[in-house]
Structures are given as C-alpha cells and as structure tokens.
Design a protein around this ligand. Structure first.
Ligand SMILES: [Mg+2]
Length: 316
C-alpha cells in the first residue's frame, strides 16, 4: 500500500461529506440553478463550512477501532460512544443520524450483541452502512478469499444494516476498492469487480430477485446511463449506483465529489461514498488543499490515518 493511501480515502470521504452537508435534501433542479462549487456553511444543518456528518464520524469510528485490529464488539462500542457523547463528531456532537443506525445503536446500548443489533427488513436499506464501510478495505487488502471478505463486510454492515441488499452493496463497493488498492485502472477495476462478484455469487443460492436489483451495476456498464436515470436518494442501491456513475464519468477528485453533491437528495452521503473512491483513485494530493485546510478536526483525522497506516503496514 502506498504511504498516504489511507489519508486519500478518509479525507476523500470527509471532504465529500462536508461539501454535501449544507445542501442535504436539496433537489437536483435547485442544484442545477445553484450548483455547489465550494464549501458552504449553515443552511441545512446550521454547521460552519468544512463540517462533516455521521458518514465520516462512523467511518472514523471504524478506522479508529481497526487501529487495534478487527474486533466487532469494539467497533460497536465506538458507534455507541459516537451516539452518546459525540465521539468522532466534527464538533463533538451528533446532528445527523439515519433511522436504522439509531435503532440499532439503541439495541446495542440495551446490551444486544453487534451480531444481532442490525435491522433486517426490506425497508431498512438506507445507505447507512455503505457510507461507513470503506476502512475495512485496508484490513482486507491482503485477503484473497472472497468468502472471508464477504463474511467480514457482512458483519460490519449488519451492526446496523443486516438485510442482504445493504450487505451486498457494501461487498460490491469493497471488492472495487480492493482492485483500486492494487493500482488497477478504474475501468479495468470496475470490470474486475463485476467478474469477481458474479463468480462469487454463482451457486451461493442468494435470492435471485435481490441480486437482480444490482443488474445495472453488475451486468451492464453504469457509466453509460444518462443522468436522469441515476437516482440519488438515501436508498443504498441509489447511492451505490450514483457513486460509481460519478466516479466513472469524471476524471478528478473535485469533479467527482461536486458531481455527486449536485445530483441532489442525499448529497453528503452520495459524495462521501464517491469521495472515498475518488480519493483512493486520484490520491491525497488531488484533493484540493483549501478543502483539507478548512475541514473540521483535520489534525485529528491526519493522526488517525497515520495510526491506521502504521497498523496496516505491521499486518503485512
Ligand atoms: Mg450525513
């Protein structure tokens, strides 16, 4: 792994998130007339410019836990700490939380195991686990056993989002990230992801109706769809498709995250998910310096990335 690869991913998530926070829930037609081109402040959540939200907080909670190694109970403990005390909050407060995440964390607080705390209904497929899954790719970077990768991704998603659709979306995302970590070019990485995921699910007996929902990503080329065919709500499948679509159709970090924000809807999460990918693809130096400089708790994030980087190097 390259030296600052973790920095590129985690800052990639947080900068995308921070660009999207002020305009969360704005629709696409509003953003066509008033496109976001830089950090804004206040508006939706009344937060100063450079404030990231739950997407980054929970990503950092996972990254922080992985600095000690993989321990599902410890990851869940960090999520509870975030919810109760604002641990890894941009300003040490929680101002944005999804329904499934809230209910699952409340179950953890009552003593439920993180193996059973997640929501399992079809209606529980918001993007709340996809938005925070990225750091597990660093723990899995040397892993070639797809079963082990699937099982690990499933465990982490299922702390809050245990339905197959959410788990499978996280799996697709992580398989693609693992290709990018091997320095595979983005279109080849996308093709490799499709081949790996399709061969993995062959014969597994997964619900065919569920798998078929991912057809546009897995059996077609998501890049080729028109913008009005790409939705950007808080639904996990929309977020996954939108993130890939932005990444494939743009050629830099800043254009990718701005495209994601300006799709409207769940702006911060779409941009966080796309931003993690774009950070990894274009590298830390491609993230505009002014966006790094104005990011809340940038020193703490830097220090966290350093620590996780050391841990990953020691694992090899
Ligand atoms: Mg958010």
């Amino acid at each position: 792994m390259k030296d600052n690869v973790i920095h590129s991913a985690l800052f990639g998530v947080a900068v995308g998130d921070a660009l999207g926070v002020p305009v969360e829930f704005k629709d696409r037609s509003y953003l066509k007339k008033n496109p976001v081109v830089d950090y804004l402040g206040y508006m939706c959540w009344n937060q100063p410019p450079g404030t990231w939200s739950d997407d980054s907080s929970l990503t950092f909670c996972l990254a922080e836990s992985l600095c000690k190694g993989y321990d599902l109970d410890d990851i869940a403990t960090n999520f509870v700490k975030w919810y109760q005390t604002g641990y890894w909050g941009a300003h040490y407060k929680v101002f944005d939380i999804g329904g499934s995440t809230r209910y699952s964390i409340q179950r953890l607080i009552k003593g439920e195991s993180p193996r059973y705390s997640g929501n399992m209904m079809e209606s529980d497929n918001g993007n709340g686990s996809l938005m925070r899954i990225l750091p597990i790719a660093f723990y899995l970077a040397e892993e070639s056993d797809l079963d082990k990768i699937y099982k690990t991704v499933k465990e982490i998603s299922s702390i809050t989002h245990a339905h197959f659709r959410s788990v499978f979306a996280c799996f697709i995302y992580i398989i693609f990230v693992l290709e990018i970590l091997k320095n595979v070019e983005k279109r080849a990485a996308y093709k490799n992801m499709q081949n790996k995921v399709l061969s993995y699910i062959d014969g597994k007996g997964f619900n065919e109706k569920e798998v078929s929902l991912f057809e546009r990503l897995l059996n077609n080329d998501i890049e080729k769809y028109k913008e009005d065919e790409i939705a950007s709500s808080g639904y996990v499948l929309h977020s996954l498709e939108a993130a890939f679509w932005c990444l494939m159709n743009e050629d830099s970090y800043h254009k990718t995250v701005l495209k994601a924000v300006n799709l409207g809807g769940d702006t911060d999460t779409t941009a966080a998910i796309a931003g993690g990918l774009a950070g990894l693809l274009y590298g830390f130096d491609a993230i505009p310096q002014k966006w790094i400089d104005q990011l809340a708790r940038k020193g703490d994030i830097m220090e966290l990335c350093d620590r996780l980087g050391k841990k990953c190097n020691n694992m090899k």
